[in-house]
Design a protein around this ligand. Structure first.
Ligand SMILES: CC(C)(COP(=O)(O)OP(=O)(O)OC[C@H]1O[C@@H](n2cnc3c(N)ncnc32)[C@H](O)[C@@H]1OP(=O)(O)O)[C@@H](O)C(=O)NCCC(=O)NCCS
Length: 199
């Protein structure tokens, strides 16, 4: 690889990390070790909280006006859409069609250690309980209980995780992204992290 190519790769990485750092600084709150993959489109980031050891897959589309909380240890696959506001389309005093300028805000809450499969859509107002799994392609229109495995449109509970195994791993702090990455990938390269924290 030529020196020029190496320089370009280094520069692209630097720009990308700076962009992420700025983005994370603008959130309502951000934990450590947040993997934010490319292609995200996130509105009102000041209404978004992301916990530690989280993975936000490619092309996340999230409208956060109504408030979005993503817990610790959450893994979101690619192409997921999260909505926290509906257009006002059905009130007595509706001003225009199909909807008017007003929005109905409904927060979305994603509990700790939830795994969301690819191309899931989450509708405003939904809470996904701790440890739940949402199958690929699901449209989540109602709350999902903790430890449930849910799928389909509208998403329905298919089964439940093994609670005993879940609680044991939780008590031992066996969180996948914490184990896989021993440095904070949110903003730093491993070498920078080691230099700063000597971990
Ligand atoms: C939800 C999921 C984890 C369940 O996997 P599993 O435990 O192996 O489940 P099974 O394949 O045994 O399926 C159990 C039942 O759920 C149904 N089901 C499985 N996944 C489903 C989905 N995404 N939507 C709707 N129903 C689903 C199956 O059809 C089956 O129904 P049946 O009992 O009537 O035949 C898996 O199907 C899935 O969607 N994985 C996500 C893949 C993905 O997005 N990966 C990204 C990597 S980050």
């Amino acid at each position: 690889m030529t020196l020029r190519n190496r320089f370009n790769i280094w520069l692209t990485g630097l720009i990308e990390r700076r962009k992420k750092k700025r983005f994370l600084a603008g959130l309502a709150s951000a934990g450590r070790n947040i993997h934010l993959c490319r292609g995200y489109s996130i509105s009102s980031p000041n209404k978004l909280s992301i916990g530690s050891n989280t993975w936000i897959g490619e092309n996340l589309f999230a409208k956060c006006e109504g408030g979005l909380i993503i817990g610790n240890g959450v893994i979101i696959s690619r192409g997921v859409e999260i909505w926290t506001a509906n257009h006002n389309y059905d009130s007595e005093d509706l001003k225009s069609l199909p909807y008017d300028r007003r929005f109905i805000l409904k927060p979305v809450n994603i509990g700790d250690n939830v795994w969301i499969g690819s191309r899931v859509t989450i509708i405003p107002g939904v809470s996904i309980g701790e440890g739940a799994v949402i199958g690929a392609g699901a449209v989540v229109t109602h709350d999902i209980p903790p430890l449930a495995v849910a799928g389909g449109n509208p998403a329905k509970v298919i089964k439940y995780r093994n609670q005993e195994v879940y609680e044991k791993l939780k008590s031992e702090k066996r969180i996948y992204l914490d184990i896989e990455y021993d440095y904070d990938v949110s903003t730093l390269r491993k070498s920078e992290y080691l230099k700063k924290y000597g971990k």
